[in-house]
Ligand binder design. Structure first.
Ligand code: DX5
Ligand code: ZN
Length: 217
């Protein structure tokens, strides 16, 4: 059963609470929180206070994607009763094993994200520790970019590896996911599907969530 994680980066920030409640009630299993610092990626989005302002709304759990330098300094800020995953970038962590342990010490599931140019093999020594691997299918920083098809090979590789070695991580894809390519991605072995513009850019957002779920369910 696939899980849809709409990215609030493409939501209407002036009505964020309403919009996360809408997608959650429509069947989005996770709410994807894209945090950008203007250093690791060439864009700034929002931080923990904005995420926490959603806690009073009826929302699905948070999947926090930290596109920031020095994530260790901020991990505690993103821990709330609604935080299911905290995902850091392999490229941003000098001591990745320590960072993973830091996330887990808060009782939150730990994930690592790979940029399009970063190979799966860079996680070889740590895959057994992970609850999630996020495969970026665009270069991080912006919503609405085009899906990079070679990233499908990484999904297949991660799926084969977990079967072979008995690992339990979830596989997540992020960037350029649409109704047109989501089945292909699912068939490659993906479990969690981030979609920003394809959800929040729809005329009927709730219906779009249901359409995605019908394809990944
Ligand atoms: C990109 C973000 C994505 C982005 C996805 O840096 O990590 O989560 O919001 O947006 P779409 O689905 O529009 O490519
Ligand atoms: Zn993201």
């Amino acid at each position: 059963m696939g899980v849809l994680a709409p990215s609030i980066l493409s939501a209407d920030f002036s009505r964020l609470g309403e919009q996360v409640q809408l997608i959650s009630n429509a069947g989005a299993g996770l709410v994807h929180i894209d945090v950008m610092d203007g250093h690791f990626v060439p864009n700034i989005s929002f931080g923990a206070p904005v995420m926490k302002s959603l806690n009073g709304w009826n929302t699905s759990p948070y999947d926090v994607h930290l596109m920031i330098e020095n994530p260790d300094q901020y991990i505690g800020d993103f821990v709330t009763e609604k935080t299911e995953y905290i995902v850091v970038h392999q490229e941003a962590c000098r001591h990745l094993h320590r960072t993973i342990q830091n996330i887990k010490s808060h009782g939150v599931k730990a994930g690592v994200s790979l940029n399009p140019a970063t190979p799966v093999s860079s996680l070889e020594c740590i895959l057994g520790e992970l609850d999630l691997v996020l495969v970026m299918s665009v270069n991080p920083g912006f919503g609405g970019q085009k899906f990079i098809p070679q990233t499908l090979e990484k999904i297949k590789e991660l799926d084969a590896l977990r079967k072979e070695k008995g690992y339990t991580y979830q596989i997540e894809i992020d960037g350029g996911v649409s109704l047109d390519n989501v089945k292909l991605i699912r068939d490659a072995g993906c479990d969690i599907f981030v979609a920003g513009s394809a959800v929040f850019g729809a005329e009927d957002i709730a219906q779009r969530v249901k359409d995605f779920n019908a394809l990944i369910g």
